[in-house]
Design a protein around this ligand. Structure first.
Ligand SMILES: [Zn+2]
Ligand SMILES: [Zn+2]
Length: 429
């Protein structure tokens, strides 16, 4: 019988309103007991004194690049980067080659994940065939094969009639629809946020209206169809306000924000450094403040990384030719502590909720809590351990991050998936 006892940790489980320093026992992959002075005879013991013990963190938006782009990332390497970032579950977007638009591709991912992944991997299926925005993908059979949501992430569904039908279908099969909100006509040719900085750098801009008009359109259609609708990587003030309004009116609308959109603005960009190039682009201070406010007040439900690996050669071209996207799994907790917790903007339980209870609820995952009998996914973190991110030690195959060399206060210390320690920081201080 495999048994692990995590001793003396501060257990914070927002789903159960629990915040108490005590012991946690795990048996056969399940949470068995939370109590003081649990007997450790015959058990593996993890001393969590001075550390926070949380439900396993869930990243509902990553790109694993397998199948098709294994030179940039695989299910194995991406999931190991997730474990090293304190995540126990990740949801992978369908823009692989082939696109995950059928049960065959979904089953392939599920099977590879079962054999090679360090953490739980939940696939997200395409909305439309080949994410081309025209005909609906095989949504019901993908659901049977294991998808937890649909999205054409990277390629917004431009045709409102198609997205309406997709919403009706998603509602019928009880899946959330996740939109990458970008009007491609408004954003065409842009490389960074349209504003003073893009003018100064002489780069073509992506206006925030390209995000806002899609959020507005989708919220109208979400109300019409009753779908559970989720805005991916929200980044503009207007979009945050519109989502707040939709929630206020009782619509089943949710949203997520990335760490880079609340930690950076277009003023932080190093000129022509492609590790600052992503979609949506880094916006202005007012937008990043709105994202932070949304996380504080509840119009934004989850923090998701949009981990988007690109191999070195792809990101080494001229800025205009580089693909969009940065990796983010290993820096997410550090950035969230730095920008949200340490300045006192969100209490610890709210911060943990953004990584656990909320994404689990949005995607109907049976994870995200440490209730007795639940799958024993645990993220153990420090609030004050000082460390510096060295991307050259990352298990990810890609190196495209603006956070290499950044010093952090607090971060993940160990990651437990189904009762097994799958990663731990080597030097505890
Ligand atoms: Zn996207
Ligand atoms: Zn994405």
């Amino acid at each position: 019988m495999s048994r692990l006892v995590i001793k003396n940790g501060r257990i914070v489980d927002p789903a159960r309103n629990l915040d108490r320093t005590t012991d946690l026992a795990i048996e056969e992959g399940l949470v068995r007991e939370i109590a003081d002075r649990i007997d450790t005879t015959g058990s593996e013991v993890f001393d969590a004194s001075g550390l926070v013990v949380a439900p396993g963190f869930i990243d509902m938006h990553v790109h694993l690049r397998e199948p098709g782009f294994e030179h940039a990332e695989t299910i194995e390497t991406g999931s190991r980067a997730a474990a090293a970032g304190g995540f126990t579950s990740i949801c992978c977007m369908p823009n692989t080659e082939p696109v995950n638009d059928s049960a065959t591709v979904t089953s392939y991912i599920v099977d590879r994940a079962r054999r090679f992944a360090a953490v739980n991997v939940y696939p997200i299926g395409a909305i439309t065939r080949n994410s081309a925005g025209e005909e609906l993908a095989a949504i019901a059979s993908m659901k049977q094969a294991g998808i937890v949501a649909i999205s054409d992430d990277g390629k917004p569904v431009m045709n409102a009639r198609v997205v309406r039908r997709a919403m009706e279908y998603a509602r019928a099969v009880d899946l959330p629809l996740i939109e990458h909100c970008e009007d491609l006509h408004l954003s065409a040719g842009g490389d960074m946020h349209e504003g003073r900085q893009s003018t100064r750098l002489g780069l073509r801009g992506i206006p925030r209206s390209s995000e806002d008009v899609m959020v507005a359109r989708d919220l109208i259609l979400a109300e019409l169809t009753g779908v559970r609708y989720h805005v991916a990587h929200i980044s503009s003030r207007n979009s945050v306000d519109m989502v707040a309004f939709a929630k206020h009116r009782g619509l089943p609308v949710t949203s997520e924000a990335t760490p880079h959109h609340f930690a950076l603005t277009d003023e932080n960009m190093l000129p022509y450094d492609s590790s600052y190039k992503m979609k949506p682009p880094l916006r202005e201070r007012g937008d990043s403040e709105a994202v932070t406010e949304g996380l504080v007040r509840g119009s934004i439900d989850a923090i998701a990384t949009d981990h988007a690996p690109h191999a070195g050669a792809e990101k080494m071209q001229e800025f205009e030719r580089c693909p969009f996207g940065i990796i983010g799994l290993e820096t997410a907790i550090g950035l969230a502590l730095e920008r949200l917790y340490h300045p006192g903007k969100v209490p610890l339980s709210r911060l943990i909720q953004l990584f656990t209870e909320n994404p689990a609820r949005i995607l109907s995952l049976q994870r995200g809590t440490l209730r007795i009998g639940a799958a024993a996914d645990v993220t153990i973190l420090s609030l004050d351990r000082e460390w510096t991110y060295d991307v050259n030690r990352s298990p990810s195959k890609s190196r495209n991050t603006p956070f290499h060399g950044r010093a952090f206060r607090g971060g993940p210390v160990a990651t437990v998936v189904d009762g097994k320690i799958v990663w731990r920081a080597d030097a505890l201080s």
